[in-house]
Design a protein around this ligand. Sequence first.
Ligand code: SAH
Ligand code: SF4
Length: 377
Amino acid sequence: MTANLLDFDLEGLAAFCAELGEKRFRATQLFRWIHQKGARDFGQMTDLAKSLREKLEGNARIEGLPLISQHESADGTIKWLFDVGDGNAVESVFIPEEDRGTLCISSQAGCAVGCRFCSTGHQGFSRNLATGEITAQLWFAEHFLREHLKTGSDRVISNVVMMGMGEPLQNYAALVPALKTMLDDHGYGLSRRRVTVSTSGVVPMIDRLSEDCPVALAVSLHAPKDELRDKLVPLNRKYPIAELLDACNRYLVHAPRDFITFEYCMLDGVNDLPELARELAHLLQRGVSCKLNLIPFNPFPASGLVRSPQQRVQAFAKILSDAGIVTTVRKTRGDDIDAACGQLAGDVQDRTRVDRRIAQQRTVMLKAVPADSTKEA
Ligand code: SAH
Ligand code: SF4
């Protein structure tokens, strides 16, 4: 079995090259060919000696994920669904904005945390993605977009958020090399501040991430008190809110940003009442340097939950803002293509539907995103 080179960060690739009797600078060249130029086969790597290319042919491969479907929203959001075998699929979403291009990436097929409002959670856990399967999402999207948008920019994706399917901190060993490839100057060269790991609150792994690869951290809070959070995010029974906030404060010592982003999915009549907004304000004022991101719930039938009315979201946001907490309400993007966490992949558990989707796949007419999407925010 040959090694998939997408599985390696630069250190890993250097070790692999050393096994083949090759010097480190060869690993750097190879890494740049793969990640900066999007090379798919060794024949393209014209500045590598023919003997080395032959050696690589025999021992290695560059293997992305098979694409099942691609959908583009009227607002420019693009969603890809990838086949990860055994009837499982994962998704990535590209969200173009004026000053940035954000890619949302998956870390697992399914998820074991089982949050009530999450369609990935409702599917249960299938398996962890390998590093190469996490990295392949960025590798594919970056080079696909460069080719199709023809922006003249040498980088389309400026931000990565680990907010697709799965709990990244429950797939820690595979996650860290993928993050390192994103940050590496010879890889995607993304700023630590522009790579965000989102977690439902795996406390020990928040501590490890702060040591191994501190990037921006988002924590999915969804409730100001344990009684309610226990029901929405079952992991809270293991790592309750007070422990989670302590971990956030420890993380901030190493973090590239001086705040944690808390995510709060707004569920009608469940966690969106004014008294809960006041409790949340109280908790966060005492607790952690943070920003709060209110997310309109993306409904799916099996959840039995409903999106909070806009007025209630605004009233909730006002209570928090008035209390001095920087609060934003997330814009819904790609609504017409179900581009929210786990929505499309939720559908494809049933393989007949996968086949139908492939049959329905339409030609995607890509719209241009601004050329300069790599500017610092
Ligand atoms: N497992 C990680 C990252 C993936 S989920 C986590 O939970 O943070 C990414 C974000 O999408 C989380 O904040 C999650 O709460 C949110 N989310 C999940 N299902 C949603 C839905 N149906 N509508 C809106 N947001 C949702
Ligand atoms: Fe898993 Fe995150 Fe969905 Fe919860 S919200 S089930 S942690 S993917």
